[in-house]
Design a protein around this ligand. Sequence first.
Ligand SMILES: [Mg+2]
Length: 228
Amino acid sequence: MINNGILTLFDIDGTLVRGARCHYQAFLEAVKQFYGMREDISGINYAGKTDPQILMEVLDMGGIEKKTQTQNFQNCLDFMTRYYQENVHRENIQILMGVKEILPELQKQGVLLGLATGNLEPIAHAKLGRVGLDGYFPFGGFGSDSPDRLCLVKTAIKRARDVFNYQGEQVFVIGDTPRDVTAGREAGVKTIGVATGRYSVAELEDCGADFVFKDLTDKKIFMEDIGI
Ligand SMILES: [Mg+2]
C-alpha cells in the first residue's frame, strides 16, 4: 500500500485499550525488588506519563536518593518488562470503543500507523499483542526511547521517515491526556484528543487539541478530520 501522506501516532493506555493492573503490579514488584520499597503508590496520577518518568516519581515518593535511584534504574525497568511479559496473560485488557473498526480502515486508506506511548517498547507490544492489535503498529516512539514524551514523539516521526520512508507532512498524535496533546503540539504536529481515559472532552479542548472525540466510534468524522 502506497502511503497517502498521513501518519497517525497512537497512544496506548486510555486511547486504544484499558486495563493496566499488571503494568501497575510490575512497578510495585520492581521497586520492592530493587529498592525495598513497599509504599502505596496508587496515589500517583500515571496518565500520559512515560514508564521511566513514573518510576522516578515512585522512587522520589519512597524517599530513595537520586544516586541510589540511578544505580539500579535500568535493571528495574528490565525487571518490569520481564514481569509484565510473564504475567500479561492474566491481564484483563479491553479494546476501547471504535478502535477495532478504525484501525483497519486507516490501514485500508493508506495511512501509516505508529505508536507514541510512554510504555516501554516490549510492554507496549505485549499489551497490544494480548488483544490482537500489535500487528497494526510496526514502529513507534516508546518510554524506552525517552522519559520525555516530546522526545519519544519526535523519535516516532524520525523512525517513520528513516525506516518507512515516510515523506508526508500530515502527522497526527492521538491520545487521551493533555500530556499527549502538549507533546504533539510541541513537536509541531496535529493532535487529536480522545476522552476515553480520565480527561473529559472539555479538558482536552482546553489544552489545545486540534480535534477532540468522546471516543473513536465516529469513523467517518475522524477520517474527514485527518484529511481522507
Ligand atoms: Mg494514555
